[in-house]
Ligand binder design. Sequence first.
Ligand code: FMN
Length: 258
Amino acid sequence: MKMKVLAIMGSPRKRGNTYQATQELEKEMQKLGDIKFEYLFLKDAHLEMCRGCFNCVSRGEEFCPLKDDREDIEKRILEADGVIFASPVYCQMISGLMKNFIDRFAYIFHRPVFFRHRALAICTTAGSGMNETLKYLETLHIWGFGKMNKLGVIIPPWTMSEALKKKNQQNIEKSAHEFYKSLEKGGMARPTLTEYIHFRFMKFTSSMGDYFPADHEFYQNKDNYFYPVKISPFKRIGVTIMMKIVLFLMRDVGPADN
Ligand SMILES: Cc1cc2nc3c(=O)[nH]c(=O)nc-3n(C[C@H](O)[C@H](O)[C@H](O)COP(=O)(O)O)c2cc1C
């Protein structure tokens, strides 16, 4: 079946550098196989500014007071096989549009859902802030994507040297190959140690049902991991011991009633 990629575009310039870099990547990926690409321009999406009520995280996303395209966007991501998060560097970081988009989905950091999906972070910059921006976008792996692919493209405001053009093109081709390969592989992998530790800590905090009722419900039938998968007894026992030690060391900062 044809694979589908949804590119979430965080630049207010719809046909700007970030779009052009993403289009170049699409062109390279189309050489490898028939992929359906869709573009979601956050500039045009009806996605209001997060009000910071924290309802989505604590009580559940259905309690978000903002009625806009958030739910539809989540559905579109779920329907895709791959997701691209593309942003220009603005003052050393992602754009405001991209940050608000991420804030509006804050609950997914607590209750991840995109395990079947693969993701690629793209940023374009005039020269600085690329590593910081890509590193930040990489935190989206927590939404379930696992290891993220990354692509940084440098587009200076002056005429680009042939060497930089070549380097950008090489990076785009490399990323297209890697992202295509990870999409082709697909499936839900065995969690890495870090991913498993993350699950165990989330499950632990979810047990404080008063603070996070939505997490409590989400994690209560997830005993092993987010999805059915074999976890080695060594991993399970090792992480249990590690958690006991960490929780002992943190005994003074935990909730008084737990
Ligand atoms: C408000 C603003 C802030 C920017 N901040 C940076 C920056 O910190 N470092 C940098 O190298 N380029 C910076 N740039 C340049 C953009 O990252 C670069 O031109 C990018 O490719 C623009 O992508 P776009 O055409 O898709 O919007 C900034 C541009 C704008 C408009």
